[in-house]
Design a protein around this ligand. Structure first.
Ligand SMILES: [Zn+2]
Length: 137
């Protein structure tokens, strides 16, 4: 089957923070590495998908975020041990853990929601008709 347009892959759209249904509209108002607003759009600017599909939907993202932070803290503490060999001071590990948690908070906030919408919500599957739809002005 040949098509004259290219649909971006699921992984690429997820990394770019595109809407899971049309893969064209942005989910977030500003890019990840920006000091501007971290807010999400309420609806997809391209296909009008309502991102918060029911009240409290994004609470589920906290569990995804929890899995992220546990993995990051374990990795950073093991990394600290490998680099320093320190078994004496708990303060080194505590400061590394706090720094990692603060530095990666925007990443976790964004990608926990993206993982939730892309892979944990069957209703938000990609639909080609929304990708092809022209946004009426
Ligand atoms: Zn969309």
């Amino acid at each position: 089957m040949s098509t004259e347009y290219t649909i971006p892959s699921e992984i690429k759209s997820a990394i770019d923070g595109k809407c899971p249904r049309c893969r064209k509209g942005n989910m977030f108002r500003a890019p990840l590495l920006s000091f501007k607003s971290k807010k999400m759009y309420e609806q997809c600017p391209h296909c009008d998908l309502k991102f918060e599909k029911e009240p409290g939907y994004f609470y589920v993202a906290m569990y995804v975020s929890y899995a992220f932070i546990v993995a990051q803290l374990v990795a950073s503490c093991v990394g600290t041990y490998v680099l320093t060999g320190n078994l004496e001071s708990p303060w080194l590990y505590l400061s590394v853990a706090v720094a990692v948690a603060i530095i990666l908070a925007p990443f976790n906030y964004r990608y926990s929601r993206i993982v939730l919408m892309y892979w944990l919500t069957p209703q938000f599957k990609f639909q080609e008709k929304y990708f092809l739809r022209k946004k009426e002005a």
